[in-house]
Design a protein around this ligand. Structure first.
Ligand code: GAL
Length: 686
């Protein structure tokens, strides 16, 4: 922690608005137009140089910074600050050509060649040396440049490599972790299938093999890869910090990106930044966006964060790329701001004419400034100025949603009872009803301090440490409300099954235990009923549980599990713990969340007012009286209440107190009609 953060960037600038700028793709005469158009659009930050390694270092050891000097000067003169990238994500062909051992190798032993991007092994000492030499010269050259406001290290770290160099680095990492081979053999369970290692040199990354690979070997390789990428990030960061201690450092995360454990990385950065490209074809994308933004905010401990990349319109990398309708750019940007972002940037400023991303949308499309797309960008840049009061404000959450990368990795190993239970679906299945109620959620690591939350939701904790289980038990004993989803408490940190009735380490707090996980026949509903007899359906998954102090809130109906518990609720100490042994359909899932929130005394930001709404306003999933109208999102950030309508229809929302909309200066009161894609930023009338 350096004390630097988004406040370093927003000071004197307000909310950040900008995008990736790749001037090396354009003749110099275009650069001045770009600077002028950026200024006119209210752009105050440009990310420069992400893919410029070959331009800066055309041959090994040669430097060409002249063009970059001119770019930074032009931007500075236009009042646009620079997020200067270390251009190390895409090495030039000469690196792979002269040093093929820097190229990544996949699990089948195939080299991934140059001609694209990202072609490096994160463990390669040659890559590391070349990258750090370049970063050093870049930092030395621009350390005192007045345009420099932020360092952008690499790009979207996520390289995975199985080459011989990575294999040796993996062995070193394992030696640190286990000390000796006996420890490794024990942890990996190598007595299984005759996998015992007698020499460190025998150990490999999990390469392609005839059949299922050792799951702990794979789990450790996920851990190792995340650490190896982090080590490279930190090496570049340290070069920058040594030269510019006053300039914050970031890299761009990718939300719920599986290969990198962002909990372990986030403290290494001054600003947590994210790239977010929702699929317009996914009807759930507004809620998925909210979940992602909440994750990013939480990774930074609640501090303001930066949306570093998003798309003004269509991307080009899905098979069929839907555009965004008018108003969508604004809606998505303000959603990020509402959830704690102090800046919104896009990939990219000017649409490329050539290269693999020539059909990707941009702030300035091929057709030029006289376009709807650019007009929206300009209007939004101007509008963001009105939101100055939000800068630096925090989002307060009463509910913590637990997410753990090693548990995700371990859960989704092949050779499990069902591949239909997976981490992100579970997370979203528990998040969505909370979002529908306007209940604000932080994401949290299972071993973090949860005592400040009224409710903790663990959609899946397949892998759980003893420390986390004890902390959760203490949390409930102390008065907290805990909700645990199916197939939790199964494995220890080595991925070994915890023996005894499950979920062994949570058995006491949950007041019940099970003996078998029983996936349900595909496409056949799992019939259940609440304790009052009301039926509901679930799918995919069941478990054979018995009650050990808990009350069965719901039971299964059919087969061997008839009348066996499906949902448990247990008063434990001063709190309450819930366990769910199936995957409920959306309506009963909403009902379940409603009951758990009632135990925790948690209501959504609008719920007091929503109680007065008519049934017609609350006809969404579950029909719960505390749900917001379909498509409506509500969240408080500091003193501001944000209301967003992601739906296709106008929505009616009751406003608790008279307020002023910062975006229009209008006074609103009573019952409000939100047009499709409308956003309000309400400040209570003092
Ligand atoms: C990101 C990447 C950008 C650009 C963008 C296109 O993953 O960081 O460089 O490729 O996607 O959507």
């Amino acid at each position: 922690m350096t004390g630097l953060g988004m406040h370093t960037l927003t000071a004197g600038r307000g909310l950040i608005f900008g995008g990736d700028y790749n001037p090396e793709q354009w003749p110099e005469e275009v650069w001045a137009q770009d600077a002028a158009l950026m200024r006119a659009a209210g752009v105050n930050l440009a990310t420069v140089g992400v893919f410029s390694w070959a331009r800066i270092e055309p041959e090994p050891g040669v430097r060409d910074f002249g063009w970059l000097d001119r770019v930074l000067e032009l931007l500075h003169d236009a009042g646009v600050a620079v997020d200067l990238a270390t251009p190390t994500a895409s090495p030039p062909p000469w690196l792979g050509h002269r040093w093929p051992q820097t190229l990544p190798v996949d699990e089948s032993g195939h080299t991934l060649w140059y001609g694209s991007r990202n072609q490096f092994c994160p463990c390669s000492p040659i890559y590391r040396e070349r990258a750090l030499a370049l970063v050093t010269d870049l930092a030395d050259r621009y350390a005192d440049h007045p345009a420099l406001a932020l360092w952008h290290v690499g790009n979207e770290y996520g390289q995975v490599c199985h080459c011989d160099v990575a294999a040796q680095a993996f062995r070193d990492w394992l030696q640190d972790r286990y000390g000796d081979l006996a420890g490794l053999n024990e942890a990996w369970g190598t007595t299984f299938w005759s996998q015992r290692y007698g020499d460190w040199a025998e150990i490999l990354p999990p390469r392609r093999a005839p059949y299922l690979v050792n799951p702990t070997q794979r789990l450790d390789f996920w851990r190792f890869t995340s650490d190896a990428l982090r080590a490279h990030f930190r090496a570049e960061r340290d070069v920058l910090r040594a030269r510019t201690p006053q300039i914050p450092v970031t890299t761009n995360f990718m939300g719920l990106f599986k290969p990198v454990d962002y909990w372990s990385w986030a403290g290494d950065e001054d600003i947590v930044a994210n790239d977010w490209y929702p699929d317009p074809a996914d009807p759930d994308f507004p809620a998925r966006a909210a979940l992602t933004h909440d994750l990013i905010r939480s990774l930074g401990g609640g501090r303001p964060w930066l949306l570093l990349e998003s798309a003004t319109g269509a991307v080009n990398w899905r098979p069929h790329n839907l555009p965004k309708p008018a108003g969508q750019l604004r809606l998505e940007s303000l959603q990020a701001v509402a959830r704690g972002a102090d800046g919104v940037c896009y990939f990219q400023w000017r649409a490329s004419r050539f290269g693999a991303e020539r059909f990707h949308s941009a702030m300035l499309p091929h057709a030029g400034p006289d376009t709807r797309a650019h007009a929206e960008v300009r209007a939004h840049g101007a509008e963001l100025r009105r939101l100055a009061p939000v800068v630096g404000e925090r989002v307060a959450a009463q509910v913590a949603l637990l997410h753990d990368w090693p548990s995700w990795w371990a859960l989704e190993e092949p050779g499990r009872p069902s591949d239909r239970i997976n981490a992100v679906d579970q997370l979203f299945g528990y998040y969505h009803p909370l979002w529908r109620r306007g209940v604000t959620v932080d994401l949290a690591h299972p071993e973090s301090d949860l005592t400040g939350y009224a409710c903790v939701v663990a959609p899946n904790l397949y892998l759980i440490s003893d420390a986390a289980a004890q902390a959760l038990t203490r949390y409930v004993a102390g008065g907290g409300t805990l909700l645990v989803g199916p197939f939790s408490g199964v494995a220890d940190p080595n991925g070994h099954i915890r023996t005894g009735r499950f979920p062994a380490p949570l058995r006491e707090v949950l007041g019940g235990s099970g003996e078998a996980w029983l996936p349900a026949p595909a496409d056949q509903p799992v019939r259940c009923r609440w304790a009052d007899g009301t039926p509901f359906t679930a799918s995919v998954w069941t478990e054979s549980l018995r009650v050990e102090g808990a009350e069965p809130v719901a039971t299964f109906v059919d087969g061997d599990l008839a009348a066996a518990p499906a949902v448990l609720r247990h008063r434990f100490g001063a709190g309450t713990a819930w366990y769910v042994a199936t995957i409920a359909d959306p309506a009963p899932q909403a009902e379940l969340i409603e009951r758990v929130l009632a135990d925790a005394g948690v209501v959504g930001v609008l719920s007091a007012a929503a109680d007065t709404t008519t049934a017609a306003d609350t006809t969404a999933v579950g029909g719960g009286p505390r749900e917001l109208p379909p498509g409506v999102e509500a969240i408080r950030r500091g003193p501001l209440l944000f209301l967003l309508n992601h739906g296709a229809d106008p929505a009616h929302v009751p406003i608790p107190d008279p307020a002023e909309d910062l975006l229009t200066n209008e006074l609103v009161t009573g019952r409000l009609t939100l047009a499709p894609r409308a956003v309000l930023a309400l400040r209570p009338r003092s």
